[in-house]
Design a protein around this ligand. Structure first.
Ligand SMILES: Cc1ncc(COP(=O)(O)O)c(C=O)c1O
Length: 395
């Protein structure tokens, strides 16, 4: 019998409709994937080159904390962006996902509670279930660009069980970027209620419209309560490398994170070698990538605006946008697009946004779209959504 823990665990809403997409493909349909944040931007050649050049006789266990060269380069990267981490403050992890798992395990006991905003990255739910913590949320609204609500609203969600504030900034699934004042406000709340801050900043480089990024780790008075969760997946379009890290100035937490890393032995060696090369890329690498995503963001917003009844917020970070659709049940519509709709043999896969909410009813009419494809594909995919909505309404 499968454990109750896993039975109760919701399926990731990013992949929930995968069987329907697979069936659509089997039937010969072309599916545009706007459901998942897997960029099609080319992974820098330096990554593959470094792996090719690795000259090894035995592929043995690398150090649990990470290979020294990567710890060194990763620390340099943090210092370059003004964060005071050294290699002793880091643990290399299997993606940001393992960084999150380790940070939750290090800061909570079963039955504790995690505070986050509504909506939040749906895979957090997987880890809350695995670790045995509950979640408490404060609301943010598509019509207000998912900005933070007033302090009282956030504090109302805190109980005596709340141990941790977990925030993705820039936000997945919202595309919102918190201002320095907003990050400070969350920091003050965490201080007043003695919460650890798990700062999921994996989209740090993806910020548009000249907005500035503020890390929780940039405030000295918060240093002892912050664990930064990081990853090369999106930063260097290297999702398949599965390399991330934790970064903290809290010595006890660092020891706990190293202990967890030791328990799972190590992260893959060759991918760490590749990651070293990525961190050695010239600083202007991100300029071009940022420009490309700005164009894609502009494209998806303009195309969605053409569809009657669709409401979106302005996405200023990461590569996601929430679209409120003129349907009652966006999951049903998303499934319809895969099972019952096609135009010239093409359709779209989207992530129903209900799964990104604790109260799934709130996001019931919304989908999350990832603008990770080339502009022509985004344009066509939005056209298809518009056509499908017309057909769906006729049923
Ligand atoms: C907000 C956020 N955090 C963490 C992750 C984990 O990514 P990875 O495990 O590939 O580093 C993702 C992936 O989509 C994400 O969107």
């Amino acid at each position: 019998m499968v454990s109750k823990r896993i039975q109760d665990m919701p399926f990731s809403s990013i992949r929930k409709l995968t069987p329907f997409a697979n069936q659509a493909k089997k039937e010969g349909k072309f599916v545009y994937h706007l459901n998942i944040g897997a960029p099609d931007v080319v992974t820098p050649k330096a990554f593959f080159q470094a792996i090719k050049e690795a000259d090894l006789d035995v592929l043995s266990y690398p150090p649990s904390q990470g290979i020294p060269e990567l710890l060194e380069e990763n620390a340099k990267y943090f210092q370059k962006i003004g964060l005071n981490f050294t290699k002793d403050d880091l643990v290399i992890t299997n993606g940001g996902s393992e960084a999150l798992l380790f940070a939750l395990l290090a800061t909570t006991d079963a039955g504790d509670q995690v505070l986050t905003c509504e909506p939040f990255y749906t895979n957090y739910k997987t880890y809350f279930h695995e670790v045995g913590v509950t979640v408490t949320t404060f609301p943010t609204d598509v019509k207000e660009g998912f900005a933070l609500p007033a302090r009282e609203v956030i504090e109302k969600a805190i109980t005596d069980k709340t141990k941790v504030l977990l925030i993705s900034n820039p936000g997945n699934p919202t595309g919102a970027v918190y201002s320095k004042e907003e990050v400070r406000l969350l920091g003050d709340i965490a201080k007043d209620h003695d919460l650890f801050i798990l700062a999921d900043e994996v989209y740090r480089e993806f910020i548009y419209d000249g907005k500035e990024f503020t890390s929780f780790a940039s405030f000295e008075d918060l240093a002892d309560r912050v664990i930064v969760l990081d990853s090369i997946s999106k930063r260097f379009s290297a999702c398949g490398a599965r390399i991330g890290c934790t970064a903290t100035k809290n010595k006890a937490m660092q020891e706990a994170l190293v202990k967890l890393a030791t328990g799972r032995l190590a992260c893959p060696y060759l991918e760490q070698v590749g990651a070293v090369a990525l961190y050695q890329l010239p600083d202007n690498y991100f300029d071009q990538v940022r420009e490309e995503y700005t164009l894609r963001r502009n494209c998806i917003e303009a195309e969605l605006a053409k569809i009657p009844g669709v409401v979106t917020s302005h996405s200023t970070g990461a590569f996601y946008i929430i679209a409120d659709l003129p349907v009652e049940d966006a999951e049903d519509f998303a499934r319809f697009m895969l099972t019952d709709f096609q135009d010239q043999g093409e359709t779209v896969m989207m992530a129903p946004a209900g799964g990104f909410y604790q109260n799934t009813q709130v996001g019931k009419s919304q989908v999350r779209l990832a603008y990770v494809l080339e502009r022509e594909k985004i344009t066509r995919a939005c056209q298809l959504i518009g056509l499908a909505l017309e057909e769906y309404k006729k049923r």
